[in-house]
Design a protein around this ligand. Structure first.
Ligand SMILES: [Cu+2]
Length: 112
């Protein structure tokens, strides 16, 4: 019985396989508030992450930054940018605009 349970636990723990996770994240502005949406991105450790960034705010250039992964990408309105990286660190990591402190932040969640 213990062997069966151990086998099930091992099968479960190895069933999460790394994938390529693709997102489109859009910066918008509403009544003066700027925000990248969706504000929360969720992946698993080891996933390859590809994020297309679209800036639809009329206020000019904005930035998409995840400091924990050295991501720092400026995005112009009308010129989408794509970033690619591997989610190597578990945790809840900040998403920010590196140009504007008032720009609403988000979370990049990496599950173990
Ligand atoms: Cu900004």
């Amino acid at each position: 019985m213990k062997a069966i349970l151990l086998g099930l636990v091992l099968m479960t723990s190895f069933s999460i396989q790394a994938k390529t996770r693709m997102f489109t994240v859009v910066n918008h502005q509403f009544e003066g508030t700027k925000q990248w949406l969706p504000g929360t991105l969720i992946v698993n450790v080891g996933d390859d992450v590809e994020i297309m960034l679209v800036n639809n705010a009329p206020s000019g250039v904005h930035n998409f930054s995840i400091p924990a992964f050295d991501i720092n990408q400026n995005v112009m309105k009308g010129k989408p940018a794509t970033i690619k990286f591997k989610a190597t660190k578990a945790g809840i990591h900040d998403i920010k605009c590196g140009l504007h402190k008032a720009h609403v932040g988000g979370q990049f969640v990496v599950n173990k």
